[in-house]
Design a protein around this ligand. Structure first.
Ligand code: SF4
Length: 165
């Protein structure tokens, strides 16, 4: 590993930049996510930076079960985040669709449309669990931890939406 790669990995490990995407959540998970940034949990003190632009982010945190109206935006956001990137499913909704399962407006769960690297379970998950999930994502980003094996045949978001129509 050359010194530039080593430097980049250290930066990713120590200060991952996180973009949050709401894919139709009830906002419970979003409130817990924002709580991580309050003085009580102070995720920024651990180097975690909440970034407003996907173009500058390393980690995408997705809350919600992925609705028809959000899936296209999610695909756009995923394309805008530079490689290497890590996807975190925040809460039970992106993992299983939770209480929204079976609704005709739902395209999820999230792994039908994006390759999920880290799951943070809970409805909603506690802030300390979210921070632990972000630390795991940073470890994957820096190459300290292997990525989970994703399905070789990830359908595109558009395909998923069509098949549900
Ligand atoms: S997991 Fe629970 S709190 Fe989070 S978006 Fe879904 S229903 Fe809301």
């Amino acid at each position: 590993m050359n010194i530039f790669t080593s430097l980049m990995n250290t930066a990713r490990r120590k200060s991952p930049w996180v973009f949050h995407a709401n894919a139709g959540s009830c906002n419970g998970c979003d409130i817990e996510f924002m709580t991580c940034l309050t003085p009580r949990y102070d995720a920024e003190q651990l180097g975690i930076h909440h970034e407003g632009s996907p173009r500058h982010a390393d980690i995408i945190v997705v809350s919600g079960p992925v609705t028809r109206t959000t899936c296209e935006a999610l695909e756009t956001v995923y394309g805008q985040v530079p490689d290497p990137k890590v996807v975190v499913a925040l809460g039970s909704c992106p993992a299983t669709c939770n209480v929204f399962a079976g609704s005709p407006t739902i395209v999820g769960p999230l792994d039908r449309v994006l390759p999920v690297d880290v799951y943070v379970p809970g409805c909603p998950p506690r802030p300390d669990a979210i921070i632990a999930g972000l630390a795991e994502a940073a470890a994957i980003l820096a190459g300290d931890k292997p990525r989970p094996v994703h399905s070789a045949a990830q359908p595109s978001i558009a395909d998923s939406a069509d098949s549900e129509a």
